[in-house]
Design a protein around this ligand. Structure first.
Ligand code: 1GP
Length: 226
């Protein structure tokens, strides 16, 4: 589950976390595109109400917090903006080193999801066209060779279409590190398609923001994979 500190007030955080407990959510990712000054207290509230590990999924340097358990140290390898490849990492390095955060080096690959998403706009990078499976796969292979321990195929929050199953299947066949897929996954059927194609984890944000009741059926879909 992805939750965006910018979009929830305190009662909503607590009810979302309760719903996550009920639905057997494995990880709570915290992040978004805009800055929220409450990131530390936001995470404290989450941690007070659940045992589920909290993982930072930072959209910016302002979303770092030593209160979380881990951080996806994202390198936006589909893009050619040095700030999102190494620049911000240099700025954050000492802070992260002196925190207790588990660092998970992640190759973050933005794939066109049929609409201009916040990540494309804010990062000033182009997504890889969804039908260019070879480019998506080569990017994932290069990312693993560079040492990333996780590959994240992202269509962007609220994408019209999630990453195509063909790309997921081919990336999975060509890497040995775990594969996360997110963006535009908003039904149980899509959760199943993405997992069946080879994703090790599915991230859902917008669908739960819009309708928290959908969480149970999305979660149930993960156990219906053959
Ligand atoms: C966005 O992959 C996540 O970074 C989740 O996307 O909000 O579309 O579920 P959604």
């Amino acid at each position: 589950m992805l939750i965006d500190p910018d979009k929830l007030n305190v009662p909503a955080i607590i009810s979302t976390v309760y719903a996550a407990n009920e639905a057997n959510v494995k990880l709570i990712f915290v992040g978004g595109s805009l800055i929220n000054e409450r990131i530390d207290s936001f995470i404290e509230i989450i941690k007070k109400n659940t045992e589920i590990p909290v993982v930072l999924f930072p959209g910016s340097l302002m979303q770092l917090s030593s209160k979380a358990d881990a951080i996806l140290l994202l390198s936006l390898v589909s893009g050619r903006n040095p700030d999102y490849l190494i620049g911000n990492h240099v700025l954050a390095a000492q802070y992260i080193r002196h925190s207790n955060l588990e660092v998970i080096p992640t190759g973050y690959i933005l794939v066109d999801g049929g609409t201009v998403t916040s990540v494309e706009y804010i990062s000033n990078t182009k997504p890889i066209p969804a039908n260019k499976t070879d480019l998506i796969v080569s990017t994932a292979i290069a990312s693993e060779m560079l040492g990333h321990k996780l590959i994240y195929l992202e269509a962007g929050s609220g994408a019209n279409k999630h990453v195509p199953t063909e790309a997921i299947r081919e990336v999975k066949r060509n890497i040995s590190v775990p594969l996360i897929v997110g963006g535009g996954i908003n039904t149980g059927e899509k959760v199943k398609q993405v997992l069946q194609a080879g994703a090790d984890m599915v991230v859902v944000g917008t669908a739960i923001e819009k309708n928290m009741d959908s969480l149970m059926s999305l979660s149930k879909a993960t156990s219906e994979i053959k």
